[in-house]
Design a protein around this ligand. Structure first.
Ligand code: FAD
Length: 386
């Protein structure tokens, strides 16, 4: 088998990369170990602002439940409300829709596990259990472990130690899924980032912990969060009746940032390249696929020929990801009491987080600085470190 562009991983970034490359005229194969079976992608919630920022439109086909906003809850229970339209989605339908579009664009879907992709002239020969595939460009979209890129000697995550390891329980409790707010719980309940409640409609919801700095097994944090959550909701529900249906696990590269994501005939995208979040992964994959197709057509698939991808991505998202990382580092340094005081200060002010990303960032920064001036120093330090 030969093609211009081989994409490994039918992830949001991988499907987008394959579709964009095919639409730009390349012959494309999209390979996934689960192709044709059921994917186990855990991400299920987004806010419309993220989709708009990534140039995408929300489509009703895959929406299970509409959200009206988010509530940020401090360790002591102080809540900051932020209005923002969001969606809980049916991941099966979402993936199927985007895969259908990839096929419509001419992408060949293939089931198989890829192992390595050594250089072979101007291109790579990829060993897979579906046979050997020759490709001018290989795009690694295989998720947070980014095995392809790593095997070829790249360090696609700049701060791999800062991946947040997650465990998310799908739970059932009468009426719980009908709530309209996504909730973030901050502090020692989930060190380094967040614990989350995402209502999915009806009786269904997810409860998750995303923890930095405590290894991959974060089950003890999930167990504790489930108990904390039951107490938190005890006035509204008989939370003893809550059932855990299943548990998803994985890593979220939100604070890891892209490292080396391009080599000769090789690119990494999505979580494999430290580009976290469904919407942002789709946009990153689209940029990667487009650049890969142009490079294959021009005959220059060298690292230099593919590096336009890095430039374009940085121009659109570089600052935002660095601010996100800086915020998480600042948060990770704060004790529960400090987060409580910060939340109290913020709750007294009306947060109008609308407009462009820069405007939202600035409003949030000013609110933070007013509420708790000490917060601003670790934020700036994190931003400068990148
Ligand atoms: C528990 C959890 C919950 C999350 N919730 C959200 C959320 O609600 N909203 C949000 O925006 N983000 C969420 N995220 C983050 C989000 O999942 C990712 O940032 C996003 O999906 C990008 O990942 P990806 O598309 O690059 O890769 P993935 O979704 O990890 O997909 C990788 C694909 O590659 C395939 N693959 C891997 N290795 C090989 C191989 N060797 N050969 C062939 N195929 C291979 C896998 O089968 C898989 O299909 C969550 C993350 C976790 C861990």
């Amino acid at each position: 088998m030969n093609c211009d562009v081989l994409v490994v991983g039918a992830s949001p970034s991988g499907i987008a990369a394959a579709t964009a490359a095919a639409r730009s005229g390349a012959e494309v194969i999209l390979l996934d170990r689960n192709m044709g079976g059921s994917f186990d992608h855990p991400a299920n919630t987004f806010f419309d602002g993220m989709f708009r920022r990534a140039g995408l439109a929300v489509e009703r086909d895959y929406v299970l439940h509409d959200l009206e906003g988010m509530r940020i809850v401090s360790p002591g229970g102080c809540a900051v409300e932020i209005p923002a339209a969001g969606r809980f989605i049916d991941r099966g339908r979402f993936d199927a829709l985007y895969l259908e579009r990839a096929e419509g664009a001419g992408v060949e879907l293939l089931r198989g596990v890829s192992r390595s992709a050594p250089l072979a002239g101007s291109g790579r020969r990829v060993e897979t259990d579906a046979g050997e595939i020759g490709a001018r460009v290989v795009i690694d979209a295989s998720g947070v472990d980014g095995l392809m890129a790593r095997k070829e000697g790249l360090s696609p995550l700049k701060h791999p130690e800062d991946v947040a390891w997650a465990a998310e329980a799908v739970v059932e409790l009468a009426g719980l899924g009908e709530e309209r707010r996504f909730e973030y719980f901050l502090g020692s309940v989930s060190p380094g980032w967040k614990a989350t409640f995402s209502p999915a409609g009806g009786d269904s919801a997810t409860l998750g912990v995303f923890v930095r700095g405590h290894g991959r097994d974060v089950s003890p944090f999930l167990d504790r969060f489930v108990e904390t959550f039951k107490k938190y909701k005890s006035a509204d529900y008989d939370a003893r009746e809550m059932k855990i249906v299943s548990i998803n696990r994985g890593g979220d590269a939100i604070a890891a940032l892209p490292g080396e994501i391009v080599a000769d005939s090789l690119m990494a995208t999505g979580a494999a390249a430290g580009m976290s979040g469904i919407a942002y992964a789709i946009r990153a994959g689209t940029i990667a696929g487009d650049v890969a197709a142009r490079a294959a057509a021009s005959g220059d698939v060298s690292k230099k020929g593919l590096s336009g991808y890095v430039r374009l991505w940085r121009r659109e998202f570089g600052l935002e990801y660095r601010m996100g990382r800086a915020s998480l580092l600042a948060l990770g340094e704060m004790a529960d009491e400090e987060i409580d005081r910060l939340a109290l200060g913020l709750a007294k002010r009306d947060l109008h987080l609308s407009g462009s990303f820069a405007r939202k960032g600035l409003s949030a920064g000013i609110a933070l600085a007013r509420a708790r001036p000490r917060t601003i120093l670790p934020l700036i330090r994190g931003l400068l470190q990148g």
